[in-house]
Ligand binder design. Structure first.
Ligand SMILES: Cc1cc2nc3c(=O)[nH]c(=O)nc-3n(C[C@H](O)[C@H](O)[C@H](O)COP(=O)(O)OP(=O)(O)OC[C@H]3O[C@@H](n4cnc5c(N)ncnc54)[C@H](O)[C@@H]3O)c2cc1C
Length: 634
């Protein structure tokens, strides 16, 4: 193996919305930068969307009073959120949003130029906006165009497999070519991870299939993660992966489960005696999309639990059927629905027909979307599950989005700046702000790269693990098979429903898989070697996430956010299986942050108080003087 390498002031890992923005800002700050990506066209931003994909920003239209402080407080109110990150995400949201507008993202405005917004979940103001179902795709494409204009080098099909370190922090990156299996080296002491959420840990997932994430890369580099217990799970179709929020639920489809013999049942009736109560809750799922433990005892989240019960506990497949009204009802008596559902459907003139008639009337593009992906929901059933959509936690970062490994930054979904809940759309804002912050720091205070000799010595030592790897990966199951098993294990034990027993079992299997990884994995071709690294990343991330969840259940012993920790002495919504007993967590825990890390194969969790929202001197002359003397990075 000849050790040749490229040298840059900074390397960005990932070509999603956060990665491109980081590279653009670093380049505009006068530093040399390159992007390495496992696939230019991969990633969540480029390949996902929803009914109305939302971008959350400061109020920039209308007469509702808004301020940076108020927005920071709303982000902070999500619980287990650090106030300095929340303040930055609020303070820089307008700048990042306008940058995207200038780059050509078609965010709608009125003829006076006001970017009028709407309310999203956990949003007391109308701060949300959208460029349609593909907002994040438009963002990525606009940013990519700008990066190309700036001639930022992009190394495609390069999967980062190790962050190289010296005593002082990050000093380089080792990548593998996902076609040839050849390694490449980069020397840089400023590395921005923009690798997206750790989607690959789950089987039931609405992340695009091409995206798995690489949070294990940060864990192996010794960086701490935080809030890894906090995710968003919700109902989504599994093929194609798309979340079935909004009108898909408001038109009241049938929920059908099918067992291994092909026998069908409308399982909602196992639970509900009143058909119209069931339909009213299905309607609510339209805009109460993520599973929310606060809505279990008396709200719409019971629908998520009933779907989970069929899929995971009973091993059946669950489908939506839009072709007939539920429960054998010929004509729905809409006035028997909840007033909210009735009023909405009446206003839309949709108190008629079958679910597909109503969908055709209210949102025909929703039918066309599936048709474009090969599923004709006017005739076919649509398979769904309770799926993972977003990781609120991630790499723990400071106010410059630098991890606790010097020179290793994280931006976008791989950074852990959200807590228990977050306003819809704030992930896309956080990705733009985080990448800007990391870039500002790198441009003003970034680390100087190592000299050739020092770098080569470190690279050579690191290569010892990787050299000859292909030769020993010739035993047992293939990496693909092992990934599938690991994802299934995680969706069954460590997703929306978490029992201590199942999580402990899953953790112990995951750790033993990790232990025997090199001796029990089969990789046929050198060109498939990257799959071994993918498997390793998934298992390491799963181990840390499971550990975090188990620690949460022992240290806190309750339920919060988008997950339910089962507790045999807890409360049970009447009529549900007793496995769904739970106790609400004490709200005080939201003032703390759980941080997890791995060192020499041992995982450790600690709890610390949240960093409060800073209150600094905002007298202009004083801020100006400090800015003149120390620029913006201090
Ligand atoms: C169905 C769905 C709907 C959503 N709706 C919304 C919404 O309405 N509003 C909102 O704010 N958020 C939403 N989100 C979340 C949001 O889309 C993501 O958080 C965001 O797009 C992530 O962007 P990113 O740039 O951080 O990562 P990504 O876009 O995922 O990009 C990651 C990049 O890193 C690369 N990469 C990963 N690992 C490696 C490696 N080891 N080496 C090299 N390259 C690597 C990938 O190839 C990819 O290019 C939604 C998510 C889903 C799944």
């Amino acid at each position: 193996m000849s050790l040749q390498y490229k040298r840059y002031d900074a390397i960005v890992i990932g070509s999603g919305a956060a990665g491109y923005n980081a590279a653009i800002r670093i380049c505009m700050g006068g530093k040399s930068v390159a992007i390495v990506t496992e696939g230019i066209n991969t990633g969540t931003s480029r390949n996902t969307g929803s009914d109305k994909q939302t971008y959350y920003k400061l109020g920039l239209g209308g007469d509702a009073p808004d301020s940076v402080r108020k927005m920071a407080e709303n982000l902070f109110a999500g619980g287990s959120v650090d106030g300095d990150n929340a303040l930055c995400e609020a303070a820089l949201s307008a700048r990042c949003f306008y940058n995207l507008c200038e780059l050509g993202v078609p965010f709608p405005h009125n003829r006076y130029g006001e970017f009028v917004g709407y309310k999203t979940d956990h949003d007391p103001y109308a701060r949300a906006t959208s460029a349609g179902p593909l907002t994040s795709k438009f963002m990525t494409e606009a940013l990519q165009k700008r990066a190309e204009e700036l001639k930022i080098p992009v190394f495609d099909r390069q999967m980062a497999v190790e962050v190289l370190k010296n005593g002082d922090g990050a000093c380089g990156l080792l990548c593998i070519d996902t076609e040839s299996g050849e390694y490449s080296l980069f020397c840089s002491s400023n590395i921005v991870m923009a690798t997206g959420g750790p989607a690959g840990i789950y089987a039931d997932s609405v992340y695009p299939e091409c995206h798995t994430g690489s949070t294990g890369l940060a864990i192996m580099a010794g960086a701490s993660l935080q809030s890894m217990t906090e995710w968003q799970y919700g109902l989504a179709s599994v093929s194609p992966r798309w979340n079935v929020s909004g009108t898909y639920m408001q038109v009241l489809p049938r929920f059908v489960s099918v067992d291994s013999e092909g026998v069908e049942r409308e399982f909602l009736l196992d639970y509900f005696e009143d058909k119209y109560e069931a339909l009213s809750l299905v309607f609510l799922k339209g805009y109460q999309w993520p599973f929310d433990s606060k809505k279990v005892m008396s709200g719409s989240s019971v629908i998520d639990l009933l779907v989970y019960r069929e899929c995971v506990l009973l091993g059946r497949r669950v489908f939506l059927d839009f072709t007939k009204n539920p429960f054998g009802i010929e004509e729905i008596e809409f006035e028997k629905l909840s007033p909210e559902a009735h009023e909405y459907l009446a206003k839309a003139n949709a108190c008629m027909g079958t679910p597909i008639d109503r969908l055709d009337l209210m949102n025909r593009p929703a039918i066309e979307l599936y048709a474009g992906k090969g599923v004709d929901i006017t005739k076919e059933y649509l398979e769904i599950a309770l799926c993972a959509q977003h990781s609120n936690g991630g790499v723990a970062v400071d106010l410059w989005w630098q991890s606790d490994v010097k020179g290793l930054f994280a931006a976008g979904e791989c950074a852990g700046t959200h807590g228990v809940t977050r306003p819809g759309g704030s992930a896309l804002n956080a990705g733009q702000v985080g990448s800007l912050r990391a870039s500002q720091y790198i441009c003003e205070r970034g680390n100087v790269p190592l000299g050739d000799e020092d770098f080569l010595a470190i690279a050579e030592k690191a290569m010892e693990y990787h050299k000859g790897l292909t030769a020993c990966l010739n035993n047992g199951k293939t990496a693909d098979e092992k990934i599938k098993e690991a994802q299934r294990r995680m969706s069954d034990a460590g997703a929306a429903i978490r029992s201590s027993e199942k999580m402990s079992e899953a953790l112990s299997v995951t750790l033993s898989e990790l232990k025997s990884l090199r001796s029990s994995t089969l990789v046929g071709e050198k060109s498939e070697l990257y799959k071994f690294y993918k498997l390793r990343d998934i298992l390491i991330t799963q181990a840390v996430v499971l550990y975090a969840m188990i620690d949460f259940s022992t240290a806190v012993g309750g339920t919060r956010g988008s997950a339910l920790y089962t507790d045999e002495n807890g409360d049970l919504r009447q009529g549900l299986d007793s496995v769904f007993r739970f106790k609400g967590a004490d709200g005080e825990v939201n003032r703390k942050v759980q941080s997890v890390s791995m060192s020499c194969g041992k995982i450790n969790a600690i709890w610390r108080c949240v960093r409060e929202i800073p209150s600094e001197d905002s007298f202009f002359e004083n801020v100006w003087r400090t800015y003149r003397e120390s620029r913006s990075v201090y």
